[in-house]
Design a binder for this molecule. Structure first.
Ligand code: CMP
Length: 141
């Protein structure tokens, strides 16, 4: 069954540094995602820890949150039928070594950590992640 969904994506500091913003946003639009809202910002280590709280305690948590607070990121709210699963397909595997040809991570990611892009993995995480970066009025239609 097709459901209109919203998802949160982040173009990570590595992809921003490599001038990947335009190409990645083009991929969203070419693949049927509607951009509801978008902003470029830098987050602090503390904000990265809050955003990735679900990974607290994991071996990569400290280095992940250092990386995510290391430079500008671009956050977007995207809308599409089955947006959550379709974006994850377009992103490719978390580890770019396993990412399929034609995916964003295959083209832009360097390693499992410097992996160019984040996308919400489920409806509840999408709700949390959208509300972390966007106020209700910014997403109002
Ligand atoms: P992301 O989709 O943003 O969700 C959590 C992030 O943690 C993931 O992408 C990777 O950047 C990072 N991550 C996941 N697993 C590992 C790992 N084994 N080692 C380092 N970083 C990881």
């Amino acid at each position: 069954m097709k459901t209109l969904q919203w998802t949160l994506t982040i173009i990570k500091p590595d992809a921003v540094r490599k001038h990947g913003i335009g190409d990645i946003i083009e991929q969203f639009e070419k693949n049927g995602f509607r951009i509801l809202c978008m902003k470029m910002l830098e987050i602090s280590k503390h904000q990265a820890e809050q955003f990735y709280a679900v990974h607290a305690g994991k071996a990569f948590f400290n280095s992940l949150t250092d990386f995510m607070s290391s430079g500008p990121i671009v956050v977007l709210a995207l809308e599409k039928e089955n947006a959550i699963a379709d974006l994850r397909k377009l992103m490719g595997a978390t580890n770019p070594a396993n990412a399929e040809e034609g995916t964003i991570r295959k083209k832009w990611a360097t390693s499992i950590e410097l992996n160019a892009i984040h996308g919400s993995d489920a409806e509840d995480s999408a709700r949390f992640e959208l509300s972390y970066f966007f106020a209700g009025y910014e997403l109002a239609q």
